[in-house]
Ligand binder design. Structure first.
Ligand SMILES: Cc1ncc(COP(=O)(O)OP(=O)(O)O)c(N)n1
Ligand SMILES: Cc1nc(C(=O)O)sc1CCOP(=O)(O)O
Ligand SMILES: [Mg+2]
Length: 213
């Protein structure tokens, strides 16, 4: 995969915003997000056909702006609607199982909170590793203890050049420090989905991440 896709990696579900999710996504795409993940999870999340229809529309928007479209957890849905890949966590389908059933060019991201998980994800052939939570977050109900920039640095040391994206409680002011700590980009929900102007906010995130490219 192109490591630049991780620079500003936006994640959104319908319950992460008070605005229309498709509006928020298109604003974020106009602002220049480099990757997108549909994560429909938690209180009030859509299910069944409503979830599928939203995913199809989001994929259409991502195609329009030529941005990779990934789905969180739901490998069946990702296969059904021909997404560009999936993100799976430690409690989800394993990367080996995903590889067995997915197209060869799929992007597969795996979560890691510590060095052991990151080393295993690298061994298993993850295209990128989502490292977090870096800071505390209100967005994920079952988030683990934050690992901070030190935790990120330690993981970077272990995995060499494997693409990494930092996640969890990330705000604009954190981007520079996180890039210095060794991440290839930042993965963000609320700082973009709840921004008054998501497009402008993404531009600022991109500006910060780009300082390191
Ligand atoms: C880029 C990225 N990194 C980490 C995660 C978290 O995945 P997971 O641990 O499976 O938790 P849920 O998102 O499924 O609640 C992610 N989604 N994306
Ligand atoms: C989806 C997710 N995964 C995390 C992890 O640590 O693996 S933290 C998180 C939530 C990120 O949302 P926000 O940018 O609003 O904090
Ligand atoms: Mg998961």
């Amino acid at each position: 995969m192109n490591v630049k896709w991780l620079q500003v990696y936006f994640i959104l579900g319908s319950n992460n915003t008070d605005q229309a999710p498709l509006y928020v996504l298109e604003e974020a795409l106009k602002g220049g997000i480099t990757c997108f993940q549909f994560r429909e999870k938690g209180k009030g999340a859509l299910t069944g056909n409503a979830k599928k229809q939203l995913a199809i529309q989001m994929k259409g928007l991502c195609r329009k702006y030529q941005v990779p479209f990934l789905i969180n957890d739901d490998v069946d849905l990702a296969l059904e609607i021909a997404a560009d890949g999936v993100h799976v966590g430690q409690d989800d389908m394993s990367i080996g199982e995903v590889r067995e059933i997915c197209p060869p060019n799929w992007i597969i991201g795996v979560s890691a909170t510590n060095k052991d998980e990151a080393i295993q994800a690298k061994k298993d052939g993850a295209d990128y590793i989502g490292v977090g939570p870096i800071y505390s977050t209100n967005t994920k109900e079952d988030a683990k203890q934050p690992i901070g920039e030190k935790g990120l640095q330690a993981i970077r040391k272990e995995v060499g050049a494997t693409p990494l994206v930092a996640i969890g409680g990330i705000q604009l002011a954190d981007v520079n420090r996180l890039m210095q700590a060794g991440t290839d980009g930042v993965s963000v929900i609320s700082a973009i989905s709840q921004a008054v102007d998501p497009q402008k906010t993404v531009r600022k995130f991109l500006e910060q991440a780009n300082l390191h490219s």
